[in-house]
Design a protein around this ligand. Structure first.
Ligand code: ADP
Ligand code: MG
Length: 261
């Protein structure tokens, strides 16, 4: 197996006094599609923001390949509806990109027709493609997506996943995504990580689907997504994540804020 692109070892992340992630170890290698599932508040977005370097682990280590490029599609991005902003200009925020680079990224994301549209005029699916284009600007080794199909209807969401698959084949990048669409997750992931503050279980989709920890979270049917929000945590963790709970990271709070309104 090739050397991982990025790896977390026994990572803990505190947000304020709260333990958002506890003793998480994982690694990603080129070309694999890994999906993170877990109930609301289980630390999925925190995990992704830790990987992109927006949050600092308060324990454990993060290592990555030198010059690793990551493309990130956040869970939520609010654009002021009164702000005139074309797709083309949006792609140049915060960093200017050339027309060639912008057009190429839009093409790669299946959004080439949208270049001159206003951001606020886009449908949900178009908006996500533009976010995807933005994440592809730097030709990432890893594409990280946080609930990218939230709010899309079923065909819209299937289209979007098909686009992700094309991107992966074309770039050969790894894909790490959070998704609640369990049937898609099961069909399209090499590996599933079931998160609930820590990694409850992980492995090939079939393996995870039959794991008792997964069933406790999601119920036994692959469509038991509603069980997601009524999870009762029955197993215990080793609390080997000793940490000074009063140690605040001002940066983390700021970064975390925009994604959590
Ligand atoms: P998920 O993405 O799985 O829904 P998050 O990673 O967003 O979960 O959140 C994990 C935990 O950290 C939750 O308990 C949440 O309340 C807390 N948290 C996340 N961001 C903030 C923040 N900016 N301020 C306070 N608590 C936060
Ligand atoms: Mg989240």
């Amino acid at each position: 197996m090739s050397k991982p692109l990025i790896a977390l070892k026994n990572v803990c992340v505190h947000i304020g006094a709260k333990v958002a992630l506890h003793d998480v170890s994982l690694s990603l290698t080129s070309g694999e599609i890994v999906t993170v599932v877990g109930p609301n508040g289980s630390g999925k977005s925190t995990l992704l923001r830790t990987l992109i370097g927006a949050l600092k682990p308060t324990g454990g280590t993060l290592t990555h390949r030198p010059n690793l490029r990551i493309g990130y599609v956040p869970q939520k991005l609010h654009i002021d509806p009164t702000l005139p902003l074309t797709v083309r200009r949006f792609l140049s925020l915060p960093q200017r990109v050339s027309d060639d680079v912008a057009q190429k990224a839009l093409q790669d994301a299946g959004a080439e027709a949208l270049e001159h549209q206003q951001m606020t005029s886009l449908s949900g699916g178009q908006f996500q493609r533009v976010l995807l284009a933005r994440a592809l600007l730097n030709r990432p080794h890893i594409l990280i997506l946080d609930e990218a199909t939230q709010g899309l209807d079923q065909p819209g969401s299937a289209d979007f996943y098909a686009q992700i698959e094309r991107v992966r084949q074309q770039f050969g990048c790894a894909v790490l995504m959070v998704s609640h669409e369990l049937h898609v997750v099961m069909a399209a992931s090499d590996r599933v990580i079931c998160l609930n503050g820590h990694i409850c279980c992980e492995g090939a989709p079939e393996t995870v689907a039959s794991a008792p920890e997964y069933r406790a979270l999601f119920g036994s049917g692959t469509h038991g997504a509603l069980a997601l929000y009524r999870h009762e945590h029955s197993h215990t963790h080793d609390e080997n994540c000793a940490h000074d709970h009063n140690h605040h990271h001002a940066d983390d709070q700021t970064h975390a804020h925009g994604d959590h309104t």
